[in-house]
Structure formats: C-alpha cells, structure tokens
Ligand binder design. Structure first.
Ligand code: PLP
Length: 391
C-alpha cells in the first residue's frame, strides 16, 4: 500500500510549486505576437520585475533557464580573456564559474566552503592584493541552492568599495528572488540574474538579467546578437524583447504570478518565507538533539529562507527521501553537490508555500524517520507549530 495518492508537494528547490492561477493563465491558445494584448502584458511585467528586484534599473528577459541568464549576464560585461572573481559557497558558484570559463574568461574562484557565507573581509583582501586590477567582476550566489547559504551582498559591496576596486558586483538570485530579502540598488549590486521557476512560481523556461547603468557602460567590444541585453531591455519593436518569438505562455503565467506577489505584497511574501523557514529550522533543531540530523548552516542569519540543506547518516538521506516520495507524496531535494549525496537532502520552501504545507512536510519527515529507523530528538512538530502560532 502507498499513502501517496492525493495532491503531492514537490518540495525540491526548483522548480517550485506552480499556483493554480498560473496554470490557468497559461491554459489558452497562442496569442498574436505581432500586436495586441501580449504587447501590453509584456510591458506590464517590466515594472513588476524591477520592483521584485529592488531596482530602478534595466531588465532583459531570455527564453532559457538560469544557466542562460548566467551566460547572458557575462556576455554583456566581459570580453574573452577578462578576469572574473567567483565567490563560491557551494555547487552553484562553480557552475557560474564554468559558464565563464566556457566564454573564454579568466576565472578565479575563491571557495568559502559549504557551511559559511562569503567572507567580505577576504574579498577585500583579495581585491587589494597584486593582480587584482585585472578583475572585471565579482560573481556571487546570493543563495547557494546546494548548501542553503545566504551571503550578505551589501557587505561584499562595502568590501569592494573599501578596497577602492571598481569591478562590477554580479549576483545570482535564482534561488532567492521573491523569497529572501534582496535590494539590488540599496546593496550596490550592478547585475543580477534570476529565473522564473523558483520564487516566481512559473514553469521553467524564462530567465532575467537586471543591470544598472554602471554595468551597461562596461559593454564589451563585441556582444553576441542573441545575448545582447540592449535591444531586449530597450526594444524599438516588440520582437526585440526576446530576439524572436515571445515566450507567450510563460508571459501569461508570469503575469499571474506577479499579480499574486503584488496582491500579497512583496514585504509580506518575504516575511512569510522567513516565518516558514524559522518553523522548519525549529523542527530540524529538535530532531537533531538526539540523532544524526543537522542543519547545514549553523547561524540562522546565514541561512536562506528558500531552501534548507540537511545532513543525516550515510544512506539515510536517500532512504528518507524515497519513503516520503513513494509512501506520502512528498518529494524532497537530493543532496546535490554533497559527499556522500545519500547523507544529505534539501527542502525547497520557495514561492507558493504556506503554513499547512510546511507542517505537512515536517509531519511527513517525522513519519519517514520512524519508518526508516533514523533516531531523532522529540518535540520537532511542537517546536515548528509554536513558531507558526506565535508569528
Ligand atoms: C536553480 C539555480 C541555478 C540554475 O538554474 P537552471 O534554471 O537550472 O539553469 C543557478 N543558480 C542558483 C542559485 C539556482 O538556485
């Protein structure tokens, strides 16, 4: 017998749960792409994308996933042979570094390990050291999705300023946008990339690059026509938004998702994620009192509110995930980028997630711990419920 039949919860850190309103908005015939409502809808999305990123700057939309946005961002600010400094706090920083290497950039990686955020003091030290003038951009994942680590972008900007260095600060907010507080302009981020399938609650397929005038002024000698963010962010004719056919249905879906964010209010969305994450962590801390479960990031200030990485005994991560998925309809994330993978799992709590879903995740994990024979401390569900009750 399986108890998994019924509405399932895909609690992996992207793609996230798609709201019914987004699905409904996408369930339609193709619109005219040459004139009419699609043009107005696209124009209406731009100010909302600015708002969610905390910027008055520019935004370009790409048909592609987060990897496309990684490449697009770099293609608009660097020539082959230029040096970039990647600050890695898990697997995704290395992924962006690899994209940079593929574009022919000189890539320098500072690896901050898998449990701590980017240390701004070390960045400052590097930017003051010999050879640092060649660095054209500093690349940071605001949240690394493999580790759940959140880095302080404002502190990194302050470190760059303190070093008197004029490199661009480029942030990957693919996991964090619409979940963790992010303020592009206030924090001095020059370029930011995100995709639609995480906090923005839309099926994977479009991604975004926000950039300020400082970044626009770094335009390299030659930019690929397709990646060029110029016409996309400032089109003279509609097709230039997408360098071709618009991602029609994704735009309807994204419009609906942004409407939901606007209706709740961005601050409330961010606060909801914070409270749900705090409830989740309270449960994991209680379970960890007697047993192998450990939150990957010790200091709550350095944890993302969108994704949580949990360590457990070797094999137990996989066993727990499989029990939850096949017996209860809850899909947890794999221990991506960890050794051994089977000793880790992740919970995605990004986007269209509420309190009863978090209690469902925790209650299911509780049952899974019993079923798989993993030892645990008492009081986890009580601790989570208390956070929710007192919020
Ligand atoms: C999901 C994610 C990516 C990759 O996005 P894709 O859409 O899978 O290409 C990159 N960076 C971070 C931080 C992510 O969470």
């Amino acid at each position: 017998m399986s108890l998994s039949h019924g509405r399932s919860y895909l609690a992996i850190p992207g793609p996230s749960v798609i709201p019914d309103a987004v699905l409904r908005a996408m369930h339609r015939a193709s619109p005219n792409i040459y004139e009419g409502e699609l043009h107005d809808l696209t124009a209406s999305i731009i100010p909302d994308l600015r708002k969610v990123a905390g910027t008055t700057g520019n935004v370009a939309i790409y048909i592609g996933n987060g990897h496309a946005a990684w490449e697009a961002a770099l293609a608009n600010v660097a020539n082959p042979g230029d040096r970039v400094l990647v600050c890695a706090t898990g697997r995704f920083g290395h992924g962006w570094a690899d994209i940079a290497a593929g574009l022919g950039l000189e890539v320098e990686v500072m690896d901050f390990g898998q449990t701590m955020p980017v240390d701004a003091a070390r960045v400052e030290e590097r930017l003051r050291a010999k050879g640092a003038q060649a660095i054209k951009a500093v690349l940071v994942c605001h949240v690394d999705t493999s580790t759940g680590i959140k880095s302080d972008m404002g502190a990194i900007r302050a470190a760059m300023d303190a070093a008197g260095h004029d490199a661009l600060l480029m942030a990957d907010c693919i996991a964090s946008l619409g979940c963790d507080d992010f303020r592009m302009d206030d924090w001095g981020v020059d370029v930011m990339v995100a995709a639609c399938q995480k906090g923005l609650m839309t099926p994977a397929g479009i991604s975004f690059v926000w950039f300020n005038e400082r970044a626009a002024a770094r335009r390299p000698a030659r930019v690929s026509r397709y990646w060029d963010w110029g016409p996309r962010s400032n089109p003279e004719v509609y097709y230039q938004y997408f360098a071709g056919t618009a991602p029609t249905h994704h735009l309807y879906g994204l419009r609906a998702a942004l409407d939901m964010i606007n209706a709740e209010g961005l601050e409330a969305v961010i606060a909801r994620h914070a409270t749900l994450a705090t409830a989740l962590w309270a449960a994991f801390e209680a379970w960890g009192q007697a047993g192998p479960m450990r939150l990957n990031v010790a200091d709550p200030a350095h944890r993302s509110h969108a994704v949580t990485s949990v360590g457990i005994g070797e094999g137990q991560g996989d066993a727990l995930r499989h029990w939850c998925e096949h017996q209860a309809g809850l899909t947890l994330g794999i221990g991506l980028g960890r050794e051994p993978t089977s000793a880790w799992f992740r919970v995605g709590h990004m986007g269209h997630v509420n309190a009863q879903m978090i209690m469902g995740v925790l209650g299911t994990i509780q049952a899974g711990l019993i079923a798989t024979g993993v030892p645990y401390g008492q009081g986890a569900l009580e601790a989570a419920a208390r956070v929710l009750a007192e919020a």
